[in-house]
Design a protein around this ligand. Structure first.
Ligand SMILES: Cc1cc2nc3c(=O)[nH]c(=O)nc-3n(C[C@H](O)[C@H](O)[C@H](O)COP(=O)(O)OP(=O)(O)OC[C@H]3O[C@@H](n4cnc5c(N)ncnc54)[C@H](O)[C@@H]3O)c2cc1C
Length: 379
């Protein structure tokens, strides 16, 4: 639960909405409209605009712990909704950091007035995105893979190579998805183990004509630190929400079967809950450190290292919780209609995020280069 309440965001409606989203998850996974209803509900309670200026978790204020808690709670209700919602928040953050005033007004207005949903699609295969000058027009060619929420997303931040004039490198642009026809979306590519409802299809953007005001800042800025690596704490928060759902449903299942008196089951529950609380503490501290260190160049590497450790530790915690839960509930508990069947698939698949090995190596390098391995609040 997010910590404070104000008039712009009603905590009770939010929790009720999440309960509704959780209850719909089994049906939504196979629904032809995907997660439309879920995002209509989030839109209605003001969750899509929550980080905009003057709103409850305004990016201009140090709100990271509360934002992480919000992401965790959405992930707990449905990991696919959490994935798409995190992409929306990520895009709004990139706009907050890098857009000019006119662009900010335009894109933020879209969220406030029309309830626009945003997404960030950076991942691609060999036939990735290029921005090319053709007859004085800037035209996109190529595809993006893993486009979570396509079909629901109104404005998509896509990245690609650009090479004209002074613009050389990895450029961000925000495209209007109303101009992308259905035949450009390849659903055949999406046959995942879990996270089916995130509808992370491949999209062909070839032929889209970009205007200057759809280019977001200069090439290269997408990878700017500490924002790029530091942002991993947001998806880690959603992951931990999935682990919370596993813990909750494991205990619920054991209670239903009157199996909570057994000492071995109790030992496993103790292990699950200790792991979960450890994850919650990591997340809380990661949020505090993010706010404390963001504006201080001296702590940039600390912020990145702490975010890297949070992400990898929460990945391990999720895996351990699933392992213990798996043994607690056995085969019967892992079959539909029990909820754990889907959550295990979703969490297992969603835990696979970019460069997990390199992230761990970077943690090692940070501490090797440091004179002192002990850390308090300042690592
Ligand atoms: C549900 C879901 C939704 C997603 N939604 C989006 C989205 O909306 N937008 C978006 O941009 N992306 C999205 N992604 C993609 C995501 O950001 C990652 O790019 C993707 O999950 C990483 O895929 P992978 O595990 O196949 O990576 P890989 O890079 O193939 O990594 C797999 C393993 O190989 C190792 N490895 C990597 N490179 C090498 C190498 N050269 N040599 C040896 N080993 C190597 C890694 O360390 C790792 O252990 C989504 C992913 C998922 C699962």
């Amino acid at each position: 639960m997010i910590e404070t309440i104000n008039e712009t965001f009603n905590q009770i409606s939010f929790q009720n909405t999440l309960t509704e989203i959780e209850q719909m998850a089994a049906v939504s996974e196979h629904h032809p409209e995907g997660l439309k209803k879920e995002f209509d509900l989030l839109r209605e309670i003001g969750a899509l605009k929550i980080v905009l200026p003057g709103e409850h978790l305004d990016f201009n204020k140090p709100n990271m712990p509360a934002l992480l808690t919000l992401l965790k709670d959405v992930g707990k209700a449905n990991l696919s909704v959490g994935r798409i919602f995190e992409g929306h928040i990520n895009t709004l953050y990139l706009i907050h950091l890098y857009a000019n005033e006119e662009q900010k007004n335009n894109w933020f207005e879209g969220v406030k007035e029309y309830g626009h949903l945003f997404g960030v699609w950076n991942t691609q295969a060999q036939n990735g995105i290029e921005f090319k000058l053709v007859n004085d027009k800037l035209i996109i060619s190529g595809n993006k893979t893993f486009c979570s929420g396509v079909g629901l997303v109104n404005r998509a931040l896509i990245t690609g190579n650009i090479n004209y004039g002074e613009r050389v490198g990895w450029q961000m642009s925000i495209v209007d998805m109303a101009k992308i026809t259905d035949d450009k979306i390849n659903k055949e590519t999406w046959k995942p183990l879990g996270m089916k409802a995130s509808g992370s299809y491949t999209v062909d953007f070839s032929g889209y004509e970009l205007t200057d005001d759809e280019l977001l800042y200069k090439p290269g800025i997408y990878l700017k630190q500490p924002y790029f690596s530091g942002g991993a704490i947001r998806f880690a928060a959603v992951h931990l929400g999935g682990a919370e759902a596993v813990a909750h449903n494991t205990i619920k299942y054991l209670k239903e079967l009157n199996r909570t008196e057994d000492p071995i089951q109790r030992m496993r529950i103790a292990n699950i809950m200790s792991q979960l609380v450890a994850g919650q503490l990591w997340l809380e501290k990661a949020g505090e450190n993010y706010d404390k260190w963001l504006e201080n160049k001296e702590f940039e590497q600390n912020l990145i290292a702490f975010a890297n450790m949070t992400r990898t530790t929460i990945e391990d915690i999720c895996l351990r919780i699933m392992d213990e839960s798996n043994k607690c509930v056995g085969a019967r508990g892992l079959m539909a209609p029990y909820t754990l069947e889907r959550i295990f698939r979703d969490l297992t698949f969603y835990l696979r995020q970019p460069a997990p090995d390199a992230t761990r190596l970077n943690i090692a390098v940070f501490f090797i280069n440091k004179n002192n391995v002990s850390y308090g609040t300042n690592i």
